[in-house]
Design a protein around this ligand. Structure first.
Ligand SMILES: Cc1ncc(C[n+]2csc(CCOP(=O)(O)OP(=O)(O)O)c2C)c(N)n1
Length: 337
């Protein structure tokens, strides 16, 4: 009985993972199209990194905290962040948690333990380390995840963060989503050493996994979580995936000779996951078609609804900085009302 139950749970868990990947892919394409139509200002697509993000997310607990980066859409969706919240931020409308003040694609979701994305790459790593330090001091049992691309490993922040996390034995998972490119720069020109191997230099565990394989990434992340929870210190987990689109909506990859994977090809993580889950008897073609069409319906419906929400009120510009406005700001506020 127990065995049947756990098999069922595993099946449900993977179907949910696939559902999150598909919803993310659908929303990603919708936002990119809307950007091309002038309805969205800017976007950094997640396409190609869905299995990596969802595989890692599957290993994390509800209370764990995320210092994510600008490509982590599938991660957020798998952790239950409603797509309405994501769309509101992308549009910067009146219901956006950041009141329209952040760049689109710089998501946050306070109630789901997602901090706000920062534009300078790898600045989220020392922040995750600081938060983990405080959490350990308060005897909490949380893991702090800092995600980033392989190019971000060339920054001083990467090295400072790994060093401090290891020295203080902090509960941090450094999650490197290696998509092979930092805008136009291939990883071979970025570093001579595989990213996960750099863990050794700081005295922490390094793990590498196939980020196109949701099951393999989940197992690698689970190993990392066990290590951290046993108090053995932080882990650097590198997962290899592929970029399937431009770096951002402002980028044109045809201008450089990049390996951009085509949707539907054998390196597309959605296709890889479908094959894996069909092989395990967890999914069939009919269910796949159903999940695809439901994702389309939900994304189109929600996007249309959220687009009807007006921009934030002009006066909200003056909120959240000073407890009381000084005379200059009072005057400026008076001028725009
Ligand atoms: C400190 C800093 N340097 C440069 C940039 C410009 N920049 C934005 S994204 C990016 C590439 C980052 O590549 P990677 O870390 O591999 O992540 P990916 O975008 O490939 O997912 C660069 C250089 C920046 N935002 N911050």
């Amino acid at each position: 009985m127990t065995e049947v139950m756990s098999e069922q749970t595993e099946k449900e868990r993977y179907i949910r993972a696939y559902g999150a990947m598909m919803l993310s892919r659908t929303l990603d394409k919708k936002i990119m199209t809307a950007q091309r139509q002038g309805r969205v200002g800017f976007y950094t697509p997640s396409i190609g990194q869905e299995a990596a993000q969802v595989g890692m997310s599957m290993a994390m607990d509800k209370d764990d905290v995320f210092f994510q980066y600008y490509r982590d859409l599938a991660l957020m969706i798998h952790r239950g962040v409603p797509i309405e919240l994501i769309i509101n931020q992308i549009l910067g409308n009146a219901q956006d948690e950041a009141k329209g003040r952040q760049m689109p694609s710089h998501l946050l979701a306070r109630d789901y333990n997602f901090m706000s994305v920062q534009s300078p790459v790898a600045t989220n790593l020392p922040l995750a380390v600081g938060a983990a330090y405080a959490s350990k001091y308060m005897n909490e049992n949380k893991i702090f995840v800092a995600s980033f691309g392989e190019g971000s490993s060339s920054t001083p922040d990467f090295h400072a963060a790994l060093n401090m996390a290891a020295v203080f034995n902090l509960p941090v998972l450094f999650f490197c989503e290696n998509n092979g490119l930092a805008i136009s720069l291939p990883v071979e020109k970025q570093t001579k050493v595989e990213i996960w191997k750099k863990a050794d230099a700081y005295g922490m565990l390094g793990i590498k996994a196939d980020g196109n394989n949701v099951i393999e990434t989940f197992k690698a992340a689970r190993e990392a979580v066990t290590h951290i929870k046993e108090g053995k210190g932080p882990v650097l987990l590198e997962v290899r995936c592929y970029r399937m689109g431009p770096h951002s909506s402002s980028d044109d990859p045809t201008k450089y000779n990049a390996d951009i994977v085509k949707e539907g090809s054998e390196r597309d993580p959605i296709i890889v996951t479908e094959e894996l889950l069909k092989g395990l008897g967890f999914l069939n073609e009919e269910q796949i078609a159903m999940i695809r069409s439901e994702s389309n319906r939900i994304v189109n419906e929600k996007f249309e609804q959220m687009e009807k929400i007006p921009p934030p009120d002009k006066e909200t510009l003056f909120d959240d900085v000073y407890s009381e406005l000084n005379w200059i700001l009072r005057e400026q506020k008076g001028e725009i009302l």
